[in-house]
Design a binder for this molecule. Sequence first.
Ligand code: ZN
Length: 332
Amino acid sequence: MFTELKKIVMPIGVSGDESGVSAVIAAEIAPYVDKVYNDALGNLIAFKKGKGKKPKKLMFAAHMDEIGFMASFIDEKGFIRVSRLGGINYTAAAFTEVIFKNGTKGVLVPEARITQRDYRPENYYVDIGAKSRKDAMRRVKIGDTCHVAPNLFKLSGSRVAGRPIDDRIGCMMLVEAAKAVKEYENDTYFVFTVQEEVGVRGAKTSAFSITPDYAVAVDIGGAGDMPSCAPLAVNLGDGIAIKLKDAMVICNPVMVGMMKEIAADRGVPYQLEILEGGGTDTCMLQQAAGGCIAGALSVPTRYGHSAVEVIDMNDVAGGIRILAGLCETKLN
Ligand SMILES: [Zn+2]
């Protein structure tokens, strides 16, 4: 699974410009579904017909986009100011290597006079090594996007680290679930959404057009087992987390119950997640059109939105089995 994940982690796909990663995922999932297409906003939708006369519509969503930056101003010395795309952790983003879509590399740094306590978006700039504005503009134009360099490497045992694991891990889980399903009971839509990091926008339009009966978002979640972190009953390696609530959603008890049951039947360990903050595509799936029965799976993750997000691949494997189980369960 590490190799499969790395393939999906490496392409750039900051919010609003996900075409690169979309092409990679489309090629991966196409052999396992009936149809693959992009909608007007850029969401990638892979459809597999269910058996029987009037199968229910089941939708999965994982977001393809990653947090990043857009060049907004280039000063006379060639230093580039950037506008943020998504919830940037500026402490984690300080002194990192960034890469523009055309391959130009730079370093993202705070102004020298700024102390760590005062890290703010407006105090950051990208240094691509240019000698002047003219020199910089040969390689970077206003509106060009960049991201913190992608990376994926193995830690001890089944743990891996890197970025953007949020939410390429969810994308990989959808692809792997599509490969694993034996027989589809429901009309199933694997949706790789855009612009989640800037306000769950892709989930809104895709769910509105699909109008699913049941929906599950897969994204990273929290972990509560690091030194002096906030209390959270989720540990890395103790199983995939079935979400109960976060700041933007209360998951439907029917979906929560169904996922628990599939996990129990198939011997998949799971945990229950309650996050005080944050939100995922789930909130939009739940509210699309007339609403649907929605839930979410969260991959327990340490250090989200940093260059060293850490997960346990055993949790991921369990999550894939629950997703495949939902596809094989006749929904009414
Ligand atoms: Zn995410």
